[in-house]
Design a protein around this ligand. Structure first.
Ligand code: ZN
Length: 294
């Protein structure tokens, strides 16, 4: 079985109310990245954040974060395209990555492509009320085609994000149209608590995706669990040959004594070792995903 790629989802748009260890600023993210690499992570996904935690989509912030990460760690770099904080035009969504890709030092290794559109309202299940009725994550197919071409031309690898099975079908269509290179690197989104946009974070939620993935080795799949813990799912993913994305961006783990991202990565790595699966280094991940060497 392939080695396990552990990707740390460092911050997303998480606040610090329940865990103060969420990194926001470039130097904080870079420090986190180095610790997570030591703990077994081979990829870091991050969002630019201001000192007050607001989304910061400036080119300079992304550039400074990548340079700071690479100063102290060989971990693969996977910035955001801004999620719902950036409009759905290709030009706006790709502007930062296009500039970052011009220089070896700042070129991202991996770029996200959410392969469809989805309602992403925050839902308060305790009060049975929506907090944000009307939040839509818009990713039109024509924009995705341009994105696929731009990422390929820039010498980067797309992380193909699926929020439900229809996104997997879109990935397969893009692959058939030769818009994507093998192996496909697919990120399967499970969601719990405040987000009901993805499959539930259960074995059934995961199996519903896996039933639709090709089993011919053309796919490397990884699982994100937004708003929930992996717990029992972790063993299932590790034993089935999947990869794991974990981090304070998705869940605060406050009930565990507010761990750091590196401590979360360490737990996954320890579980993999206990189950007999080796953990991938950044070089291993680069080879497995057929990324150009740096
Ligand atoms: Zn993200």
């Amino acid at each position: 079985m392939d080695k396990l790629i552990i990707e740390v989802r460092a911050n997303e748009y998480a606040n610090r109310n329940r865990n103060r260890n969420v990194p926001w600023l470039p130097r904080e993210i870079a420090g986190d990245a180095a610790e997570c690499r030591e703990a077994g992570a081979s990829i870091i996904h991050f969002h630019g954040r201001s000192a007050a935690g607001a989304p910061d989509n400036r080119f300079e912030t992304c550039r400074d974060t990548i340079l700071a990460i690479r100063e102290s760690s060989p971990i693969l770099v996977h910035p955001t395209l801004g999620y719902v904080t950036v409009t759905a035009s290709f030009e706006e969504r790709f502007a930062n990555v296009r500039r970052l890709a011009e220089q070896d030092a700042t070129r991202p290794d991996i770029v996200p492509m959410d392969m469809g559109s989805v309602n992403v309202d925050l839902y308060d299940s305790q009060r049975a009320a929506l907090r944000t009725p009307g939040a839509v994550y818009v990713n039109p197919t024509d924009m995705l085609i341009e994105l696929a071409q731009g990422i390929r031309q820039g010498g980067m690898k797309p992380s193909l994000v699926a929020w439900n099975v229809s996104f997997v079908r879109q990935i397969q269509a893009f692959s058939s149209m030769s818009l994507l290179d093998d192996p496909l690197f697919i990120s399967l989104v499970l969601t719990e608590k405040i987000l009901i946009a993805g499959h539930p974070g259960t074995a059934q939620g995961l199996d519903a995706y896996l039933m639709f993935l090709p089993q011919d080795g053309s796919v490397q799949w990884s699982v994100t669990h937004i708003g929930g813990r992996f717990d029992t799912l972790l063993d299932k993913i590790i034993l089935a040959g999947g990869h794991v994305q974990i981090g304070l961006g998705d869940y605060p783990y406050a009930e565990d004594g507010c761990p750091t991202n590196a401590q979360l990565v360490e737990r996954v790595a320890a579980r993999a070792k206990a189950l007999g699966r080796e953990v991938a280094s950044p070089d291993d991940a680069r080879r497995m995903l057929r990324l150009p060497p740096r």
